[in-house]
Design a protein around this ligand. Sequence first.
Ligand code: CA
Length: 225
Amino acid sequence: MSHHLVCIEDEEDIQEIIAFNLERAGFEVSLADNGTDGMELVRTAMPDLVLLDVMLPGLNGMQVCKQLKADDKTAGIPVIMLSARSEETDIVKGLTDGADDYITKPFSQAELLARIQVALRRKPQSKALCVKQVCLDPELFTCKVANETIKLTTTEFKLLQAMMKQPGRAFSREQLMHAALGEQTEVVDRNVDVHIRAIRKALGDDHNIIQTVRGIGYRCCANDS
Ligand code: CA
């Protein structure tokens, strides 16, 4: 199976030469010429790797990288930053923002290919969250109980993930929904209870990792108390 790459680069000739060479090397390449579209493309296409120019119209490369790495869904996708020599202070910042590698322009296509292969080979660290026998993998979007995969809806998955990220913390229903689905989510308390009930049911024997905190809401906890 060929790897799928997204290249976000606003200089047309660089974009063309990258696409030409990578396709010839057997990669599938999707292109975007600004940060905003590039971000959207990565989120929908979920590529194996992102080539990201630093200076871009719209969101710049730093901002795109930061957002990709802050989102559990896209955090595991390797990012190689492409930067002009004059932008070297940006490069350092790019790496601290979570870029996996960077290449300084001008670069040879052989170098680019080599860097891509290294980044693709590097095993992504697992960011699995585990409480008791419940293990949730935000990258694979799977939840297992005692090694058996269970079925959760996207909302249920995100609610459980939000609680498992901060074990012991008592969330109000509103805090929980906002942590899971974003601040703008409208919260109907009763619906939260319905989701929680469904999650507990799916968790089976480990349903008690989600505890009701009287007068507040819910928390995830490994202790039965
Ligand atoms: Ca540029």
